[in-house]
Design a protein around this ligand. Structure first.
Ligand code: 5RP
Length: 227
């Protein structure tokens, strides 16, 4: 029986195997944030001479990438990237996700938007039938915290301020439980329209393209159906 940590390692290894054919001296990889991604960065470091560098989604990942000898590029200097690799807090079969457990959701959504493909790496505990058990992280401008919290209560959620936490963008996070995410893309669009919301942790308008889900029986690849 593999532990969750071991499964995260398997997912990271599967991500490395997936990205290897894309590595060449011009390649810049988009890199997410979290404990699964930390493992991916450590594996990627062994191939640092085979590609140009990375675009990072957080100060945490930037430090780890640079510590591993991988150059980190300003996203403004990058016009396109083939791949973005990141974890998730929840993933459904349609490859919609909840992200932001590590508080890096805004930069994750931005860096992912520049990449052609989002490769999601998770252990099987993250795979759910329906999103919403994991409290939804919502990054807010501090001035708007209470106004956004009232709006979230009207949507049926119970927002809780993530205490003692400031995002890389100088903002705050509300973790919202009790939401019904039957239609994640619509919900994401609705939250995006609330003044003071910087970003919500629903990744459905643009979800993952490929998921590598590490389980007891091996790593399963789920690909987005082209519509
Ligand atoms: C950070 C994230 C992470 O991808 C998510 O929290 C999963 O993290 P981990 O790999 O540590 O379980 O969205 O903002």
């Amino acid at each position: 029986m593999f532990t969750q940590d071991q499964l995260k390692q398997h997912a990271a290894q599967a991500a490395l195997d997936y990205v290897l054919p894309y590595l060449n001296p011009d390649t810049i990889l988009g890199v997410g944030t979290g404990s699964t991604v930390d493992r991916f960065i450590d594996l990627l470091a062994l191939h640092r001479e085979s590609f140009r560098g990375a675009a990072s989604s957080s100060e945490r990942s930037t430090r780890r990438l640079q510590g591993a000898g991988i150059e980190v590029f300003d996203l403004n200097a990058i016009q396109s990237m083939a791949l973005y690799v990141d974890g998730a807090d929840e993933l459904d079969q349609d490859l919609n996700m909840i992200k932001g457990g590590g508080g890096a959701l805004t930069r994750e959504k931005i860096v992912a938007s520049v990449a052609e493909r989002f490769v999601c790496i998770v252990d099987e505990s993250k795979l759910v039938e329906r999103l919403g058990l994991f409290p939804l992280p919502v990054e807010v401008i501090p001035l708007a915290r209470e106004a956004v919290a009232r709006a979230l209560r009207q949507f049926g959620g119970q927002p809780v301020l993530r205490a003692g936490f400031t995002t890389d963008n100088g903002c705050q996070i509300l973790d919202v439980s009790g939401l019904h995410l039957d239609q994640p893309a619509q919900f994401e669009a609705m939250l995006n329209s609330v003044p003071g919301v910087v970003c919500c942790g629903v990744f459905a308008i643009s979800g993952a393209d490929i998921a590598l889900v590490a389980g007891q029986g091996g790593v399963q690849m789920i690909e987005r159906m082209l519509s």
